[in-house]
Design a protein around this ligand. Structure first.
Ligand code: GLA
Length: 720
């Protein structure tokens, strides 16, 4: 029979035990930090009580860049003692931002990241069975929301995955499965290898395993092409199993031809008199010679690297013919140079940003390495041009005249800008309208005009202006109108647009006050629509699929919704990088969706470390052409049924780009005609698979779990 009863504790928290678990919905809370706050005997009777279903901001607490503690007083009944292991599990859910957890004064776990669930195995010997225990949770909050926010914490009996970990890795041409166990146990490992392109099973193997307490076992298999490994460990003692899947990176796109091919946008806009900085994006064997017909007075092309430079005084649209020639042949492309006020960012920005890889460990050396690789690895031949330094370039103090200065990691910003410009690349910088940035560096508050001038002197072409420290100003002024969100961005707009160069104005305030409805009013070129992305499916799904469907009316040439930077290649937000935790299919989905959303395409990994798979993801000219399409229409989501979503956008050539995404945990066979009809496309003249760069039949296709079919559809029409 299942037990179900309620404990009422001295501190007033109500706990219920049902089906062998305890739920805790609130705890004692205090901002601050203290060495004895972890201890069971610490007197917290004066602390207030906060519930777990709302973050602490929503419960009236403001506590940025600081610590706070929750103390959960819990009677843990001996029914929860696992007979197999003697242990118990603290399942706390996600905590915003970083946390350390103690049980009766002893640390049992710590995790960084606001949307990562916390689940810790606690040794039975730490628990006071059938008596009151104290779970003390020390939380560090960067800015904004903090603490528990997702509802009840639970105390439960361990399951197999709490005691035995299974991880898969690709190493030296092999796939390795490592099992590590906290207890003595035995079971069977089964591995199924599947061809990802056809979904046919290639092989199935089984092996018996014995594990000592605290030991590891590693099995390995040769890594085949286009293969998915599904490894299941079935444990004899628990009678349970755990499964991990590793799909090897697979390249769908054929190599680019050796002859010149134009991969850049069909249009580039510049304000009258501003420097033209534009590199003609042709792939193909180098050396290459570049020519441009129709250039207006004041602009010239460097025939050796294809860099356009100079400036144009007269507003107008200048149709150009671009030509590139190498040993294998020659190609031309039509292009329009648009000169006018309000005419910058006519297609979404493509480039690189330092944050998702290096975060605060960024340096001029690392920035230069990525910029060099952008040129040498050929990403510049696909239109990537911005090199954006995120937070952590700022010195702790301003100069005597009040001007902002870089720290010792950036010896010469102007030289960096000059070098990038001479190669047709552009330099971006980061700051906050507050006194401090998110990373705790100096912000711009009170120096708006001076900073805009400094950035102009350095040759800055992109400003990411991040709310963070401004939260204090906002809180102090007691004005919560939309105008109070707009004010700091309006102020910077004035000074930025006074500069004699075009500075892409990127708002970063996580979508507050529906920024997409007023971003254009501060002449912003893009605005972040959400909080920070990370390299997990949960994050990609939330930011990409859940938060964007309503935003398509607000994007267009000159102003774009920004769902945050790319999390492909090596990321890590530190000096220590790792491969993105997104599977290859999730990465195809990520780039496909960002292309459909007309999103900023800012690469978040060090370009000098890019592998072939990542290069192919980022440098498919047909996929990028969707992102850079001159109509600038962001995709709408037309359908969301049974985990299959259909997103589509019209393109300037009269075709439609359509993404059919499978958000399910298993592959799904999708009828293309049926999926396209959801987007209102009924008569089809032709379909091109953009990743494979080949025309395909209107048939049925398997879409892998979390994967995509990205197609371009020529509609059949009656009169032409
Ligand atoms: C915020 C932004 C990130 C990054 C960091 C830098 O979190 O959203 O993109 O710029 O600040 O501190």
């Amino acid at each position: 029979m299942k037990k179900s009863f309620v404990f009422l504790l001295a501190c007033g928290m109500s706990l219920s035990l049902a089906a062998q678990s305890i739920t805790v919905s609130e705890a004692r809370f205090s901002v601050g930090d203290g060495p004895s706050w972890k201890d069971a005997g610490f007197d917290d009777s004066g602390w207030r009580i906060l519930s777990f279903d709302k973050d602490w901001t929503e419960q009236g607490i403001s506590n940025d860049n600081a610590f706070a503690w929750y103390r959960l007083h819990v009677v843990i009944p001996s029914e929860l003692k696992d007979p197999l292991t003697g242990n118990v599990v603290l399942d706390l859910g996600p905590v915003d931002d970083n946390e350390e957890t103690f049980l009766n004064g002893v640390k049992v776990g710590a995790t960084n990241g606001w949307n990562v669930p916390r689940r810790y195995l606690a040794a039975g010997k730490l628990v006071k069975w059938d008596k009151e225990n104290v779970i003390a949770v020390r939380v560090y909050n960067g800015t904004g929301k903090g603490g528990f926010f997702a509802g009840d914490a639970c105390i439960v009996k361990p399951v197999l995955s709490d005691c035995v970990a299974l991880s898969l890795a690709q190493k030296d041409g092999k796939v390795e499965a490592t099992l590590s166990s906290a207890l003595k146990t035995k079971g069977t490992v089964e591995v199924v290898q599947t061809d990802v392109l056809t979904e046919t099973i290639l092989s199935t193997q089984e092996q018996k395993i014995n594990l000592k307490a605290g030991s590891d076992a590693t099995l390995s298999w040769p890594a085949g092409e286009n293969t998915r490994f599904t490894v299941t460990y079935k444990d004899d003692n628990f009678g349970e199993s755990i499964t991990e899947i590793k799909c090897l990176p697979y390249i769908l796109t054929p190599p680019a031809p050796a002859t010149p091919r134009y991969n850049g946008p069909a249009v580039f806009g510049v304000r009258p008199g501003s420097p033209v900085i534009f590199r003609l994006a042709f792939s193909g064997d180098k050396p290459m010679k570049y020519e441009v017909e129709g250039l207006p007075e004041g602009v010239s092309v460097n025939p050796d690297n294809g860099v356009l430079s100079g400036s144009v005084a007269k507003k107008g649209e200048y149709p150009l013919s671009l030509k590139a020639t190498n040993a294998k042949g020659s190609t031309t492309a039509s292009f329009t140079l648009v000169v006018g006020e309000d005419k910058i960012a006519l297609t979404p920005p493509m480039g690189w940003n330092s944050w998702n890889c290096w975060a605060t460990s960024v340096s001029q050396e690392k920035v230069t390495a990525s910029a060099l690789a952008m040129l040498n690895r050929g990403l510049a031949d696909y239109g990537y041009s911005y090199i954006n330094i995120d937070d952590a370039w700022e010195a702790p103090e301003r100069a005597a005249d009040g001007s902002i200065v870089p720290n010792e990691k950036f010896p010469d910003m102007k030289a960096l800008g000059d070098w990038l410009h001479s190669n047709g690349l552009r330099l971006g910088i980061y700051s906050s309208p507050g006194d401090m940035t998110c990373g705790g560096y100096l912000g711009t508050l009170g120096h708006e005009e001076q900073d805009a001038r400094t950035w102009n002197e350095w040759g800055i072409d992109y400003l990411k202006y991040d709310w963070c420290g401004y939260a204090k100003v906002y809180a102090a002024q007691n004005d919560h109108s939309v105008a109070s969100y707009i004010r700091p961005y309006l102020k910077m707009e004035e000074y930025l647009r006074q500069q004699p160069r075009d500075i892409f104005y990127s708002l970063c305030q996580y979508g507050m006050a529906e920024v997409w409805t007023w971003g254009h009013a501060v002449d912003a070129n893009s605005w972040r629509t959400t909080g920070d992305i990370t390299d997990t499916w949960a994050s990609l799904k939330e930011i990409g699929f859940d938060r964007q469907p309503e935003l398509y009316p607000y994007a267009g040439p000159g102003h774009w919704n920004d769902p945050d930077m790319l999390v492909v290649g090596k990321v890590g937000w530190s000096a220590n990088l790792r491969d993105s935790r997104l599977t290859p299919d999730e990465q195809y989905t990520h780039i496909s969706l960002w292309a459909l959303l007309a999103a900023n395409m800012l690469i978040g990994c060090p370009i000098e470390q890019i592998d072939d798979f990542t290069f192919n993801l980022l440098c498919n000219n047909e996929v990028n052409a969707v992102n850079q399409d001159v109509l600038g229409k962001q995709a709408r989501r037309y359908s969301d049924e049974d985990g299959i979503q259909v997103w589509a956008r019209p393109l300037a050539d009269g075709t439609m780009a359509v993404g059919i995404f499978n958000l399910n945990e298993t592959p799904v066979n999708v009828d293309l005609a049926d999926a396209l009809s959801k987007a209102g496309i009924h008569k089809i003249a032709g379909v091109r698979d953009l990743w494979r760069q080949q025309d395909i039949e209107v048939g049925s296709y398997i879409i892998p779990s979390h994967g995509v079919r990205l197609v371009k559809v020529q509609k059949a029409c009656c009169r032409h």
